[in-house]
Ligand binder design. Structure first.
Ligand code: AKG
Ligand code: FE2
Length: 420
């Protein structure tokens, strides 16, 4: 905050970056900056971002190429190198072992511009080096890294190769930094003591999508050339667009900055009014030293490690209460079991009886099988016999008929002979 300007204008001193101040226009009109810087400041205040074409690093192409070459062998791994963490396609704090990463994170041109934009000492505190497009959903960095006073934080994104629509460019919503800062409590969620990955993060992501639609915010994709950079304000909504060409890399480096004379914490994991603040241990990449937490000029002792202890204690309590809830159920189940046990025994005995009966029936059936065969054979024999005698009786009938006919003929012949 430009105190001098404030005094001239009799404006109240505020715990806000001047670019975010409700009095920005008045302060700005009094500022003695050169016209080029003024343009940048105004754009940053209005849009929440600025693009920097030239970082002021000699042979920037060589620097970016060196970084890519140096980090390529360790991408794809998981673990720690020096004080850096490798998470497959992202390396956090490569500045601890790579001087070129550190050079970009601390480049004077950016530091000086940030000093103008925030009127406090910039503190680069984290680098992220990406190999591919992150496809990270739209978010405000304020939910991950916030400060008291708020908004004293920003990100600087440097293209380590040319970016276009196909290799997962960064996107952002111009002007979205002017929205209020939302945290989980605004959504009715008690977010402290969450486990990573955060189980409620998706609610925040969905909320932001509705917010974007409701406010008619326009998405812009950023196609930077190798060596160009983007500075975005803490609350500017941004993310990684889809990687359309899966064969392409998107080498890039992000440095996150805090500013001096603040307190630093992670809102996503905090509920200040429940005394649960996940303070951050902030190491200044420029000095390599841990930064003091300061509240209105007063140094405050914070113990970030205590958060983890408290978190574990809280989880233990939760497990215990879960157990307490389950105990009566277990007891009830035990009672039910002791009632069911004799019943089960009776059913088993009954079953045993039925089984042995069935066995008996089966054996009887087995014994009856040959008898059945015999009866069937006898039946078959009688049937053939019956058929044979049937045929015989038919023949006899015919014979009888023929004899009758012959007898009739014979008797008529006798009759004729006697009358003659
Ligand atoms: O590089 C990206 O795609 C997103 C990075 C980002 O959101 C961040 O580092 O804050
Ligand atoms: Fe981000």
């Amino acid at each position: 905050m430009t105190k001098k300007n404030n005094q001239n204008l009799k404006l109240p001193t505020m715990n806000l970056p001047w670019v975010d101040s409700p009095f920005f226009e008045q302060i700005f009109s009094q500022s003695k900056l050169d016209s080029e810087t003024k343009k940048l400041v105004k754009q940053f205040a209005n849009e929440g971002y600025v693009i920097i074409d030239d970082l002021g690093i000699e042979n920037i192409a060589e620097t970016t190429e060196k970084i890519v070459k140096n980090l390529t062998p360790i991408y794809g791994e998981k673990g720690k190198v020096a004080s850096a963490w490798i998470y497959h396609d992202r390396i956090q704090d490569a500045w601890t072992f790579n001087q070129d990463v550190k050079k970009i994170a601390t480049v004077p041109k950016i530091i000086n511009l940030l000093k103008i934009l925030y009127q406090r000492e910039p503190i680069p505190f984290q680098t992220l080096n990406f190999r591919f497009g992150t496809q990270q959903s739209t978010h405000s960095d304020s939910i991950h890294f916030s400060s008291v006073p708020a908004r004293f934080m920003c990100g600087v994104w440097v293209a380590l190769e040319d970016i276009d629509a196909n290799n997962g460019p960064l996107h952002y919503y111009p002007g979205s930094h002017k929205l209020p800062i939302f945290d989980l409590n605004d959504l009715g969620i008690t977010g402290s003591y969450q486990n990573k990955p955060y189980d409620t993060y998706h609610i925040y992501q969905e909320f932001l999508q509705s917010l974007i639609e409701q406010n008619g915010l326009k998405k812009v994709e950023l196609y930077l050339k190798k060596g160009q950079a983007l500075i975005w304000a803490a609350n500017l909504l941004h993310g990684g667009s889809l990687v359309l060409d899966k064969d392409r890399t998107r080498y890039s480096q992000v440095t996150h900055y805090y500013f001096s004379d603040s307190m630093y914490y992670i809102p996503l994991l905090s509920d200040p009014f429940l005394h649960r603040v996940h303070f951050k241990e902030v190491r200044n990449i420029i000095t390599g030293k841990i930064v003091n937490h300061i509240y209105n000029g007063e140094k405050i002792e914070v113990h970030p490690e205590e958060y983890e202890v408290e978190r574990l204690k809280y989880q233990l309590l939760q497990f215990q209460s879960e157990l307490e809830k389950l105990r009566p159920l277990a007891l009830q189940s035990q009672d039910e079991l002791s009632v069911l046990k004799p019943q089960l025994q009776t059913v088993q005995e009954e079953l045993e009886k039925i089984r042995s009966q069935m066995y008996n029936y089966q054996t009887e059936l087995e014994l009856l099988k040959p008898q059945k065969q015999l009866v069937e054979a006898e039946l078959e024999r009688l049937r053939t016999k019956l058929e044979a005698s049937q045929t015989k009786s038919d023949e006899l009938e015919i014979l009888k008929y023929q004899l009758q006919k012959e007898l009739e003929q014979f008797s008529s012949q006798i009759k004729t002979a006697t009358t003659e």
